[in-house]
Design a binder for this molecule. Structure first.
Ligand code: HEM
Length: 542
């Protein structure tokens, strides 16, 4: 079956029902009766038939209604007489209109534009095993099925995928011990370190409430007043902000996570995925041209590469710090606006992943994918980074809104190991709803619990009352922007200055323009004066 990869999660969920029932001795009453009957009904025969049929050619199938009833002619609305009104009894017409009316689900509030593919992650070294009890890293050479979705951030679902924007880089690993999601971006840092800013920051990158236009005044008003964003802004307006498709860019966790061992010892980690295709970017002129001529460039490039067997791959690295090292590290390790340079914390290879399989159906396999930084397996834990902590809540919250409370039953999100808990019912249960198993911790049919992989006492202890977390900007916030500026070639500097000048030149407010230019001047006076000159020239030319 072509869909075996995706359907495996559902099959496990279904077969568990049968297994758990037959493993009981003596079986509970209801189940004994069910098996004594000479006719047994298989609830999953229908889904199985539909799944098998999904890969058959239309020419091998006969047109039916949603209920499988063959229907002769779809273009034949039933009406009373030659010029009469429609008849409500035309179920086919009603069903087809009603389904069409409900085709759209909410698009992602950010990262709405994206595409993706399936493949596998392979553990290539025993480095990760040294630090983490996560099952996925324990056996060198083992392959774990993955789904990856790449995206832009600010644009709507139909917007150009070559736009200047960070790129999302989300990876779903179906480990033997549950789903592990790495919800990364193609940048090692982010615009904020206080999560309270996120919704407002995003509003300024989207559309003006009155004009419904992208608004450069809003855009720079926010950024110029929140200077911790500087390093990310400079990366975004360099050519790194317009990558050449999705295959030629790196991915980073950005956040610090914790790797935990069975004995409770733990380390801080940042994770990165370096493209094996080499980094390639578009210039602003190329990206602008493509946005007009082929706004689906990145989607097409990924799909076609996999179709011709040119499977893209990335090498995954960990950067690891002990809790002690973190205390004296040059930046706060929980500050998402600061990178850990590889010269300070070496990159250690842990694995590789490959994209080898295009989706058969984009909506089912990519649009419905639900990635969350809170989908973490034993051996992997969140750090106290406030932005990460906020994300742990936000993603499943949006999934329940966008896809429904049972979003984890959708095949692309379904784990490959059995789910056994006390969650039941809710909209759109599409598996066996955990069958006849008790929906509470029963003493009659007790469920098993896994031992904790570590002792809680070994974790950080927090002392103090509630405080307001304010992310004041200090001189330290100008260090990475300067490191970045100094690392650029003359051409890269030219492009950064040009890209900024054109964009800031569209800002109507002189106060906002000057506030942003002052920040660049504080990074490096030469950088600031070059942007000031570029902006003046852009205004004069307008
Ligand atoms: C407070 C900060 C943040 C909040 C509240 C937030 C919230 C969200 C929400 C609500 C979505 C839509 C999810 C969906 O509908 O499935 C999303 C998508 C996404 N976010 Fe964030 N985000 C934050 C910061 C970040 C950061 C720092 C990163 C990367 C390091 C990131 C990476 C992504 C990616 C890759 C997606 C798209 C996932 C997909 O392809 O389905 N976000 N974010």
């Amino acid at each position: 079956m072509k869909f075996a990869h995706l359907a495996q999660g559902l099959v496990v969920a279904q077969s568990t029902l049968v297994l758990s029932a037959s493993a009981l001795s003596p079986p509970p009453f209801a189940r004994a009766i069910r098996r004594a009957a000479d006719f047994t009904f298989d609830l999953f025969q229908g889904p199985q038939v539909q799944d098998d049929a999904a890969v058959e050619a239309a020419t091998d199938l006969t047109y039916t209604t949603g209920g499988g009833i063959p229907h002769p002619q779809p273009y034949a609305a039933l009406r009373a007489g030659d010029n009469g009104p429609l008849l409500l009894q035309d179920f086919h017409l009603i069903e087809s209109l009603a389904h069409f009316d409900r085709e759209r689900i909410p698009e992602r509030v950010v990262h709405a534009r994206g595409s993706g593919a399936h493949g596998y992650f392979q553990t290539t070294t025993d480095v990760a095993k040294k630090y983490s009890a996560a099952d996925v890293f324990q056996r060198v050479g083992e392959k774990t099925p993955i789904t990856v979705r790449f995206s832009t951030v600010g644009g709507e679902k139909g917007s150009a995928d070559v736009a200047r924007d960070p790129r999302g880089f989300a990876i779903k690993l179906r480990t033997k011990k549950g789903i592990l999601d790495w919800v990364f971006n193609n940048t090692p840092v982010f615009f904020i370190r206080d999560p309270a800013k996120f919704p407002n920051f995003i509003h300024t990158q989207k559309r003006n409430p009155q004009t419904n236009l992208k608004d450069h005044d809003m855009f720079w008003d926010y950024l110029s007043s929140n200077a911790e964003s500087l390093y990310q802004v400079m990366r975004l307006f360099s050519d790194l902000g317009t990558p050449d498709g999705f295959r030629h860019m790196n991915g980073w966790s950005g956040h610090t996570y914790k790797l935990v061992q069975d004995d409770g010892s733990w380390h801080y980690v940042k994770i990165s995925a370096y493209t094996d295709q080499g980094v390639k970017n578009h210039t602003n002129a190329e990206a602008t041209k493509l946005a007009g001529e082929n706004p689906d460039y990145s989607t097409q490039d990924l799909f076609q590469a996999i179709e011709r067997g040119d499977y893209p791959s990335w090498t995954v690295y960990f950067q690891v710090l002990t809790p002690k090292e973190a205390e004296t590290f040059k930046w706060n390790v929980l500050d998402l606006t600061k990178e850990w340079g590889p010269e300070d914390v070496p990159l250690q290879e842990v694995g590789k992943f490959y994209l080898t399989q295009n989706p058969e159906n984009h909506f089912a396999e990519i649009e419905q994918a639900a990635f969350s930084p809170s989908h973490l397996v034993a051996g992997f834990e969140p750090s106290e980074d406030p932005v990460l902590q906020a994300r742990l809540f936000a993603y499943p919250d949006t999934h329940r809104y966008r896809l429904g409370v049972n979003y984890q039953q959708i095949p692309v999100n379904c784990p490959f190991n059995p789910v056994a808990n006390f969650q039941r019912d809710g909209a759109m249960v599409v598996d066996g709803n955990q069958g006849a198993r008790p929906n509470y911790p029963s003493t009659q049919e007790p469920i098993n619990f896994s031992p904790r992989p570590h002792s809680d006492g070994n974790h950080t202890e927090w002392v103090g009352g509630a405080i307001r977390y304010l992310s004041q900007v200090t001189d330290v916030d100008f260090k990475w922007p300067l490191i970045f500026w100094n690392s650029l070639s003359d051409t890269d500097k030219e492009h950064l200055v040009e890209n900024l000048s054109g964009h800031i030149g569209d800002v109507k407010s002189e106060t906002i323009r000057n506030r942003q230019i002052d920040l660049f001047t504080k990074v490096d006076p030469d950088f600031g004066s070059r942007v000031a000159a570029g902006v003046a020239a852009a205004i004069a030319a307008a």
